[in-house]
Design a protein around this ligand. Structure first.
Ligand code: BEZ
Ligand code: FE
Length: 291
């Protein structure tokens, strides 16, 4: 082992990779970059030992908060824009396909399977505005895609997702729909309202350390999936919502902003949103993650 100094410690650690056991090329690439940036960061800010101990305690506290209701590390990654960056690196947009954005921590699998046009509303709130969402799902060549599964979820007018609100029925404002033979989807829901991401504990500490508020603009979450297409995790943002230009998790994309227009007499809802998506065809082998 060479004598470590301020000048050589980064090279010594990188040089030790794989010394006592085989590692894959991807592991080597990730660990080399990780060590380079981590050491670079410590050098940059001249990290002091008391600050290092604070960071270790902070991460330990964040870990202790994780449960099936709260994934603190995803929240922390969201607050510094890391989840949206990783999403853009994973789902590169190089054609006409729709943009993706963050999944967030509130998705639940196996929502109620509902027929086209049905409502996800199981409990009503004073002042809610009902919305008819509809649109076409096409591939990048413009062909309609029938049989696409759409999982959708949103918060209630009190700003809470049902699994964080004991007063809402199980799976309220969640549903699973499918496009028809023309690639058309439709469902009834309510206007999503802005809400604060959890801002207590370590997430709150990070928000305050950055001088940020916790709020997200009103949005409807979507996961679109069908074999042979790249799954699309995305959101539709309400163009008139507060916080649209100042999202606490940096997840708003211009192409995902939709208009909540007054519904015509032919509809039984207050508002009408028309929003189309484009799915990217995907070969089976592209689904296998890189080593
Ligand atoms: C959400 O949109 O549900 C969300 C995304 C990131 C962090 C917290 C919530
Ligand atoms: Fe959300």
């Amino acid at each position: 082992m060479p004598n470590v100094t301020l000048d050589n410690i980064t090279d010594v650690v990188i040089g030790s990779l794989g010394q006592n056991g085989e590692i894959t090329p991807r592991q080597r690439e990730i660990m080399t970059s990780h060590i380079t940036h981590l050491h670079g960061f410590a050098r940059d800010v001249k990290l002091q030992h008391s600050e290092f101990l604070f960071a270790c305690d902070y991460l330990a506290r964040a870990g202790q908060l994780c449960s099936d209701k709260r994934q603190e590390f995803i929240l922390l990654a969201d607050i510094v824009g890391l989840e949206v960056l990783v999403d853009m690196l994973t789902n590169v947009v190089d054609g006409s396909e729709s943009e993706s954005t963050v999944l967030g921590p509130f998705y639940r699998d196996n929502p109620p399977v509902l027929p086209k046009g049905a409502s996800t509303v199981q409990k009503h709130f004073d002042g809610e505005e009902t919305v008819y969402f509809e649109g076409y799902i096409r591939d990048t060549d413009g062909r309609p895609v029938p049989g696409v599964t759409l999982d959708i979820w949103e918060d209630a007018p009190n700003g809470l997702y049902e699994n964080h609100d004991p007063d809402q029925p199980d799976y309220n404002l969640r549903g699973r729909f499918e496009t028809d033979e023309n690639g058309h989807y439709a469902f009834r829901a309510i206007r999503p309202v802005p809400y604060p991401i959890p801002d207590d504990e370590t997430a709150g500490e990070l928000l305050r350390a950055m001088g940020h508020h916790p709020n997200r603009p009103g949005h409807m979450h979507f996961i679109l999936s069908k074999d042979g297409y790249r799954p699309l995790i995305s959101q539709i943002y309400d163009s008139s919502s507060k916080w649209l230009d100042n999202d606490s998790v940096f997840a708003v994309k211009d192409s995902l902003v939709g208009e909540f227009k007054p519904a015509g007499d032919e509809l039984d809802t207050d508002l009408h949103v028309q929003f189309d998506f484009v799915l990217k065809p995907q070969m089976a082998e592209q689904l296998v993650p890189a080593e």
